[in-house]
Ligand binder design. Structure first.
Ligand code: TRP
Length: 453
């Protein structure tokens, strides 16, 4: 993406550039940090199965819809909803959807940045050899004492926010494109390496079984909601991030093929992370349900005990930070694009304001792990509450509205033209998923959680 979008809406240099940026947005902490830990908390196989179904039946059609909305209007999400609602002769209230997206972006980035800060701190820990020869108890001790320190967490959170805003201020540009281009393959190779290490433990089979043998007795209604919410989270859906990226997509590109490729890559990365982590969890006698610290309590054991682990450990956490950066910029981009395009702010001002607000909000998450760990709202710490509110509620609601808008409000002629599917059958498949399957699934899961179903 180029810098010029402040004045005129620009285009990606190619389909490949869009794929890189959207994959960069999708692949992040969600795949490597969040997916394993929520899978562990929700009992494994059955949860994974529901998540995969959600990606396929809800995530992919909605991702196509979101990309399409952006490309049709070529504006920030709030303006996109205004323009397209007008075009379809619909109510102007649709633009509140754009608003919810902007707010969700702030809220997610506020905690995302804190966790990305952990990953940054772990680059240093890997570098200074903290994992060397350490056993599971020592690694856990290291993590526990780290998150107990608000000062350290604030330091790393600030650093990560600063890095994010420095990239965003220059316009989400070719720098990121280049970083992602080399980052994705490298991250992939390192994950394969970790999987190879996991195979050498005597718990590989147990890890695989945990991930891929569904035991539905372990799945709760909230687990189903979490799996669905995660499908949105991991694909960056429901808040306008993909809409913004779609708005830079050249007209001739096939949305369907591109989206399937991105969603596929994202899913493979998450599964690889799971395959690498769970054998280590079992081999070290750890709890799968250890929570948000799971990867920080398991992967360092592998790095501390494998040949070349010092270097691989550094590389891995560096990659993780980059993966988080290419995601975090997409969380704040809708807000910045709106401030610049509609509030006449300079890009610098927009970044300072939105960065400062997010940083401040992030302190709530920092303190959830130490001084405020006892403060519970609806039985959740501030971090858990933010995560639940965004991933489990706001994103699915946003996605539901996007599906309804694309499926029911927009003119068929327009969606057909914009998607440019190769044949009538695949268009019909998208239409059915978007009009019925996706919105109904979201709705039914919500009913299930509040106990009506
Ligand atoms: N998908 C990213 C991840 O898995 C997080 C993310 C980036 C995101 N942009 C988003 C989540 C927009 C929801 C909405 O780490």
């Amino acid at each position: 993406m180029t810098d010029t979008k402040t004045t005129q809406h620009s285009e990606w240099s190619s389909r490949f550039a869009f794929i890189l940026a959207a994959t960069g947005s999708a692949v992040g902490l969600g795949n490597i940090w969040k997916f394993p830990y929520i899978t562990g908390e929700n009992g494994g196989g059955a949860f994974v199965l529901v998540y995969l179904l959600c990606v396929l039946l809800i995530g992919i059609p909605i991702m196509m819809a979101e990309t399409m909305l952006g490309r049709r209007s070529r504006q920030n999400p709030i303006e996109t909803m205004k323009t397209l609602a007008k075009e379809a002769g619909a109510d102007s209230n649709w633009h509140y959807l754009g608003w919810m997206g902007v707010i969700a972006g702030f809220l997610i980035l506020s905690y995302y940045s804190v966790i990305a800060g952990w990953a940054s701190a772990y680059v240093l820990k890997a570098f200074t050899g903290s994992f060397f020869g350490a056993d599971a108890t020592e690694i856990k001790g290291l993590f526990d004492s780290f998150v107990a320190s608000p000062v350290q967490l604030i330091f790393w959170h600030s650093l990560f926010m600063l890095a994010t805003m420095l990239i965003v201020v220059r316009g989400v540009n070719s720098g990121i494109e280049r970083a992602v281009r080399f980052l994705m393959p490298s991250l992939f190779v390192l994950l394969i390496l970790l999987v190879a290490y996991a195979m050498t433990t005597d718990s590989y089979d147990r890890g695989i079984k945990f991930l891929f043998t569904p035991d539905f007795s372990k799945l709760t209604a909230n687990g189903v909601l979490t799996a669905m919410g995660h499908a949105f989270f991991t694909l960056s859906l429901g808040m306008g991030a993909i809409m913004v990226y779609g708005s830079y997509l050249p007209k001739e590109v096939s949305i369907a093929k591109t989206v399937i490729l991105i969603a596929g890559t994202d899913t493979v990365v998450a599964l690889l992370a799971g395959i690498a982590i769970f054998p280590i969890v079992f081999a070290s006698g750890l709890e799968p349900a250890a929570g948000p610290g799971l990867i920080f309590q398991t992967l360092p054991i592998a790095f501390g005990n494998m040949t070349g682990g010092w270097l691989f450990g550094i590389l891995f956490f560096v990659m993780l930070v980059f993966a988080a950066l290419s995601s975090s910029i997409s969380l704040i981009e809708p807000a910045v694009a709106w401030l610049v395009e509609n509030k006449n702010m300079s890009r610098e001002q927009a970044c300072i304001w939105s960065g400062a607000i997010t940083w401040l909000l992030g302190l709530g998450t920092v303190f959830s792990f130490n001084v405020w760990s006892e403060i519970k709202i609806f039985d959740k710490t501030i971090f858990h509450l933010l995560d639940y509110l965004t991933a489990n509620l706001m994103l699915p609601i946003g996605g539901f509205c996007i599906a309804v808008f694309a499926g029911w409000i927009m003119k068929q002629q327009h969606t057909e033209q914009e998607l440019g599917m190769p044949d009538a059958l695949s268009y019909q498949a998208w239409k059915t998923l978007t009009c019925y399957v996706a919105p109904a699934s979201v709705f039914l899961v919500f009913l299930h959680v509040i106990g009506v179903l």
